[in-house]
Design a binder for this molecule. Structure first.
Ligand SMILES: [Zn+2]
Length: 302
């Protein structure tokens, strides 16, 4: 089977200010920071699912504008969010009053509280969105206040031993014994979005096509000195971790504005020279909307 074409991913991601990423083929918006609608313009009409990672304001304040323009009669798009954040019901209730006319169509059914392991089908793409628990906000008990997301692509094909059967024979066996009698099923991780998270072991994420990972800090000592090492990741942790994974591409974002673009590029190049990832590494630099990131110029070419 031929390799899937690279995803069309656009985004903006600057720590403290705003983060959002749009995956064209999946109609999926990952987080909805300020400016998501303005960055996507007419493309925002293609969004079917908005998956918010947590209620820090840089990840959700684009929602009022986004929903005002894009909620349609069928109640789309859906807004998936961590189950136990009070901010989402509060925002829903506020928008109900503030934008009543626009939100009536989707009222009540566009907000979807999610817990780790919850799945959502992404339209016709035969892909499913899965919520992953992360440690950005540790709320205690089984409270779910922050999530990462994975997109799983499902494949099914005729079993080798059924190749050459007539379509009637296949249909008859399928009716009698079920799909699994004639089909092989497998799935692969197409995309992982870390959202805001402290560094995890590579086994936590597993292999995937594209990994979008935050790198708020360039050096882990910067994170420690800010007391942010338990909430965010540093570039010098992310590159070695990601190098242990089989990836098609790594996209780094959520950099702090304390670093210049030049410092960020130089630090990525240095880490990559040290660890030699065998996949390209792209960066979403502070203040820039990036369109079709994977067809742009990587900072590290494998
Ligand atoms: Zn953030």
């Amino acid at each position: 089977m031929s390799e899937p074409s690279p995803l069309t991913i656009s985004g903006f991601s600057t720590a403290l200010y705003a983060t959002w990423y749009f995956v064209d083929e999946l109609g999926l918006l990952l987080d909805c920071g300020d400016g998501a609608c303005a960055g996507l313009l007419q493309k925002s009409r293609k969004v079917r699912t908005i998956a918010i990672s947590h209620a820090d304001r840089d990840h959700l304040t684009g929602l009022p504008q986004f929903l005002q323009i894009n909620v349609r009669e069928k109640g789309l798009p859906l807004v998936i969010h961590p189950r136990d954040c009070g901010s989402f019901p509060a925002l829903r209730d506020f928008l109900h009053d503030f934008d009543r006319f626009h939100l009536e169509a989707g009222e009540g059914n566009i907000w979807k509280p999610f817990e780790p392991g919850a799945l959502h089908s992404l339209g016709k793409s035969k892909a499913r969105l899965e919520a992953i628990r992360n440690r950005h906000i540790e709320a205690g008990g089984d409270q779910v206040r922050s999530l990462s997301y994975r997109v799983i692509q499902e494949h099914h094909r005729l079993k080798p031993e059924c190749q050459g059967w007539s379509s009637e024979a296949i249909a008859e066996t399928r009716n009698r014994l079920g799909d699994a009698a004639v089909m092989d099923f497998d799935s692969r991780s197409l995309l992982i979005y870390s959202a805001d998270t402290p560094i995890e072991d590579s086994r936590f994420w597993g292999d995937t096509g594209v990994l979008i990972h935050e790198a708020t800090f360039l050096h882990s000592e910067d994170a420690v000195s800010r007391g942010q090492d338990l909430r965010h990741s540093a570039l010098d942790q992310v590159i070695p971790m990601a190098t242990n994974l089989k990836l098609e591409a790594l996209i780094l974002g959520h950099f702090s504005t304390r670093y210049s673009h030049g410092e960020i590029r130089a630090a990525i190049a240095e880490e990559c020279r040290r660890h030699r990832p065998n996949f390209p590494v792209f960066a979403v630099l502070p203040g820039e909307v990036n369109h079709d990131i994977l067809r742009g110029t990587p900072i590290w070419e494998a």
